[in-house]
Write a protein that binds this ligand. Structure first.
Ligand code: CUA
Length: 343
């Protein structure tokens, strides 16, 4: 390759990386994903245990470090040392008993507190009107099933506060390998294991966007398995549900693109309700444009990133299981145009 060809390629690939910048968990996002700012009951319990463990370990560190510093200073070599060995001491029942019993008690207390917290979270009674959502981990995205519709990677739940508190109970499953559901401000990690049905619940007190991600290594794109939880007031949540339940838009201006979609392999893996597409391997696209991100947070949702994704998924998210469809430019534009109408 000549130097002339390299430079435009570099410029182009840098530009496309900027355009497709991952939805990074940057510094300003820490506030939306810190374990230490819980907004939901199970996350409160996690913080209580974590704080206790930190206090206990800080105490142990203080004692051990002080003894170490004391010994270093007190028994350091001095100018008048005659070089002889100090008196040797062998065995001390009292010290040996202490360094055996104290750690055992410490570990025992931490075990009991942890077991009790896990039990309390798991045994929480489920109110009759609790929202039930099934979350299925896939390589590398989240399927989120509500009664009557499904979405992906962005979960909406009502705020759970006051007399009308409505917690969300999650059924956690996996379609392939082990994943782990973790939205630090809402609940502790819970694994999604093939052929197992795990459960967790959240009761967020404050509306907002809470970031999470897969917390169990599940393959090459484990790091791009991001999850967004939007907590909304009940009325807003009801509006979102109504919009999601509606069938897909059928914009006559996008009929050419719809034809492309319905006649390529897209329909084997994706569902768009009201069309021939009923695939379940990939995300439901019925209301694709209601989501802010693409490919589980690998890119922001936009015409440019959607086009780049369809053109070559592997470039946006190396290892992604979606194949490149090898469509020509005109067909790709029509297809993107159609997907952009799926609001
Ligand atoms: Cu899914 Cu890591």
């Amino acid at each position: 390759m000549s130097g002339d060809a390299v430079i435009p390629h570099l410029v182009l690939s840098t530009a496309s990386h900027l355009l497709l910048a991952p939805v990074a968990h940057a510094a300003n996002d820490v506030a939306t994903s810190s374990v230490f700012s819980p907004v939901s009951a199970p996350a409160d319990s996690v913080v209580r245990v974590a704080t206790l463990v930190l206090i206990v370990t800080a105490g142990i560190f203080a004692v051990v470090a002080s003894l170490l510093v004391y010994s270093v200073v007190r028994f350091r070599r001095r100018a008048d040392d005659d070089g002889s060995e100090p008196p040797q001491v062998y065995g001390s029942d009292r010290i040996e008993l202490a360094w055996t019993v104290i750690p055992i008690i410490t570990v025992f207390v931490l075990c009991l507190v942890t077991a009790r917290t896990v039990y309390d979270v798991q045994a929480a009674p489920r109110p009759a009107d609790a929202l039930e959502v099934t979350v299925v981990g896939h390589q590398w995205w989240w399927e989120i099933r509500y009664p009557g519709f499904a979405t992906a990677n962005e979960m909406h739940v009502p705020v759970s506060e006051g007399p009308a508190a409505r917690p969300t109970f999650l059924a956690l499953e996996s379609a392939d390998v082990a994943h782990s559901f973790w939205v630090p401000r809402l609940a502790g990690k819970t694994d999604l294991i093939p052929n197992r049905h795990n459960r967790m619940w959240i009761a967020p007190r404050e509306p907002g966007l809470y970031l999470g991600q897969c917390a169990e290594f599940c393959g090459t794109q484990h790091a791009h398995m991001l999850l967004r939880v939007v907590v909304e007031p009940a009325a807003e949540y009801a509006r979102w549900v109504a919009a999601q339940q509606a069938p897909a838009a059928d914009d006559p201006d996008a009929s050419a693109g719809r034809r492309v979609f319905e006649t390529t392999a897209c329909i084997n893996c994706h569902t768009v309700r009201g069309t021939v597409a009923t695939g379940r391997f990939g995300p439901d696209l019925t209301h694709l444009m209601s989501r802010a991100t693409l490919a589980a947070g690998a890119a922001e949702m936009s015409r440019i990133s959607l086009r780049a994704w369809i053109d070559d998924p592997d470039h946006v998210k190396p290892g992604a299981l979606m194949p490149a469809m090898q469509l020509d430019d005109a067909a790709t534009d029509q297809l993107v145009g159609y997907l952009m109408t799926l609001r």
